[in-house]
Design a protein around this ligand. Structure first.
Ligand code: NAG
Ligand code: NAG
Ligand code: NAG
Length: 530
């Protein structure tokens, strides 16, 4: 049950939150919420020595030996950590593994760590404002460290470092070198630039430095332009699937836009149709394509598999706009079915979701052909189809107990009743913070059950979707005051009977706080994905 809930959570939050990370963040930055840097505890400085000590192949640095480490190692990756930081603890084994993977490489490259709270001078000098922070130093220069942007696991750290040490892209001189590079990987990106000294080439190489999972080459050879049918500066993505190749011509006036190029590379390195599984899911969400079209099939059934050709055919014109995903109901995908309120016998079926709004759409026909899939997508994109909102049936006894039970179907009518003040708890059955406050909510309802104009209610947000807004964290508490105008007040204070009562007695506001507000815990995706 726990595992099941976890998967559902993961998916729910992945689909709901995929876009809340940082722009252009390579890896799931949102997973790596940093912990705030705290003031140092008192330390008794040891005798100033610049001796370099190691733990697990990692240099242990202080303000006294930092310079020496920079002198002795041309490339130095430094982790600033704090003993109390949980993210640092989970990074530690990966960091140690990366250090051991790099042990046999040249001694020019070394991993190091700094206990931030004990070394506040370094923390201040390098502007560390959260733990863990990883900074990369080169050529003994301590004035301009580069922020580590790679994946925070051993292999990813190694790949990121190697990309920075070696050339980010291979310079190609001959046809043979070029075809060899293209053949070497499923996806290879080659920049064709007439002038390798210009800014566009520099922008291309900078993009390559960050995209550590892809292979890059570049060239200025006219015969190579000719061989690949190019007349102007172009970045070409060669792939061993789908269209085989995608061209990104560099705008001659505006020049190469790195963010735009990165997006192009992400979109075109995805398959036209991606099969959903635990390995591809992060890629699916990281592609930052807002619309997903899901085809649910049972892969063991031939008639189902035959639908794939049509699905694939329909996908092409929507590349970059709608991500086409296949979900095998005979695989380990029950959590996906549940998220969409379906079961395996519904397959074959299509569902469309916008991962930003989490609005879902259902086709009006059961027929699945290239033409019907195309029409379905076009109708949603042009706003012709209304989103489908899940709702449970209204329970017969919904208003019999002190806490009223709301579902999608009676929410509007009850919450926006102009003669009532309605206080609603939006919860998920598996959410621990919700369970913790359940009794208090009952007590509150009991206390106000004789107030004609006050309604205490709850709604299971995993089974009921609303047109008015999307509930993203659990529990969410909202107050709908009586009167016109569909007002909604979000309640973010303490979840105890006394504070709730003050809030209600005061008509939906809290009296001036005597103490600074204490943030209340809400279960959100950043915790879940950890
Ligand atoms: C490093 O080299 C040693 C011997 O030179 C070898 O035994 C060891 O397996 C190598 N380690 C890695 C991670 O390649
Ligand atoms: C998929 O189809 C097979 C028949 O080939 C069936 O036995 C199986 O139960 C189906 N799986 C699901 C989850 O419905
Ligand atoms: C699956 O859902 C359909 C309706 O969509 C329902 O009729 C059927 O009973 C459900 N089957 C199971 C096994 O839950």
């Amino acid at each position: 049950m726990r595992l099941h809930s976890f998967l559902l959570l993961l998916l729910l939050t992945a689909w709901a939150w995929a876009l809340d990370g940082e722009e252009g963040g390579e890896e799931e930055e949102e997973e790596q919420e940093e912990e705030e840097a705290k003031a140092p505890e008192e330390t008794t400085p040891g005798p100033p020595s610049d001796e370099l000590l190691e733990e697990d192949n990692i240099l242990v640095l202080t303000q006294h030996n930092f310079d020496r480490a920079l002198r002795e190692h041309r490339y130095l990756l430094v982790e600033f950590y704090a003993p109390w930081c949980g993210h640092c603890r989970s990074l530690a084994p990966e960091y140690a593994k990366a250090a051991s993977l790099l042990k046999n490489e040249s001694s020019e490259l070394k991993l190091a760590k700094v206990d931030g709270p004990a070394e506040m001078k370094l923390v201040e000098e390098f502007g560390v404002n959260g733990y863990p922070a990883l900074k990369f130093f080169r050529d003994g220069d301590r004035s301009q460290p580069v922020e580590f942007t790679g994946p925070r696991e051993a292999e990813g750290i190694v790949r990121w470092l190697k990309r920075r040490l070696g050339p980010a892209a291979t310079q190609l001189e001959t046809e043979a070198e070029t075809t060899q590079l293209i053949d070497s990987q499923d996806i290879v990106i080659i920049g064709f630039f007439k002038d390798l000294q210009d800014e566009d080439t520099a922008g291309f190489l900078a993009t390559a430095e960050d995209a550590v999972d892809l292979t890059f080459g570049f060239t200025d050879r006219p015969e190579l332009f000719q061989k690949y049918g190019l007349s102007q500066d172009t970045v070409v993505l060669f792939k061993k699937f789908d269209e085989g190749r995608a061209d990104y011509p560099v705008d001659e006036e505006l020049g190469l836009d790195q963010a735009d190029l990165s997006r192009f590379l992400i979109i075109h390195s995805m398959h036209l149709v991606t099969e959903f599984n635990s390995k591809t899911s992060s890629k699916i969400f990281r592609a930052k394509i807002l619309n997903h079209l899901l085809l649910f099939i049972n892969q063991t059934l031939t008639p189902h598999k035959e639908l794939l050709a049509d699905f694939q055919e329909a996908a092409r014109p929507f590349r970059g706009e709608v991500l086409f995903v296949v979900v095998d109901v005979a695989g380990e995908n029950d959590h996906v079915l549940q998220y969409f309120g379906m079961n395996a016998t519904d397959a074959p079926a299509l569902r469309f979701i916008n991962i930003e709004t989490t609005k879902k759409y259902l086709p009006t026909t059961g027929e699945i052909t290239a033409a019907s899939v195309t029409t379905f997508c076009q109708d949603i994109l042009s706003g012709k189809v209304k989103p489908h909102l899940r709702s449970q049936e209204i329970p017969a006894d919904w208003d019999q107990k002190p806490v009223k039970v709301l579902v999608g179907k009676n929410f509007e009518q009850v919450a926006f009743d102009e003669s009532k003040n309605v206080f609603v708890k939006f919860y998920a059955p598996w959410c621990t913070h919700c369970k913790e406050m359940a009794q208090t909510w009952e007590d509150l309802a009991e206390k106000y059950k004789d107030h004609e104009d006050i309604i205490i209610a709850e709604l299971d947000s995993t089974a009921n979707e609303l047109e008015a807004f999307t509930v993203r964290g659990f529990p969410t508490l909202k107050y709908f005051p009586a009167g016109p105008g569909r007002k909604v007040i979000e309640y973010k204070s303490a979840r105890d009977l006394e504070t709730f009562s003050k809030f209600l007695d005061n008509g939906g506001v809290l009296p001036e706080p005597e103490e600074p507000e204490i943030p209340v815990p809400v279960l959100e995706n950043s915790e879940l994905l950890n």
